[in-house]
Design a protein around this ligand. Sequence first.
Ligand code: SME
Length: 159
Amino acid sequence: MFDHKIDAADKGVMYRDLASALRGLVSGEPDPIANMANAAALIWETIPGLNWAGFYRNIGGELVLGPFQGRVACIRIKFGEGVCGTAAATQSVQRVDDVHAFPGHIACDSASNSELVVPIVRHGELIAVLDLDSPEHARFDAEDEAGCVAIGAILAEVL
Ligand code: SME
């Protein structure tokens, strides 16, 4: 059994422990789907207040649904569309306090109110995006962004 029970009381400690657990999980494993699947599960059981956590992969210039935890989601997203497509097209983090105010937001789950999308880039090329959704408004702050960027950097090496 793998038990990665991480204490979420202190956000800094939580992200440090999450990064360390993720490094252990993916080290030596070359399969990107396996690594994304375990990353999604680890994020889901560690970061509080989420209703969706997972990946969209860059398949030929389109985002295609990858491993995730949460409700069934839309499968294909064009670059430039919605929060994920904007992160993909600009290769920049999108931290959105109110998704309903985001132009073109794609409402996969009507319960989502805020979203954090981190592009995963290797040698200048977009590999995937990490997408976190929350039913809370403004759920994600700068510390969440930094913690998830660190997770993205770990994954960039193994996807
Ligand atoms: N809301 C996202 C779509 C993906 S789901 O949230 C899982 C967006 O606007 O890109």
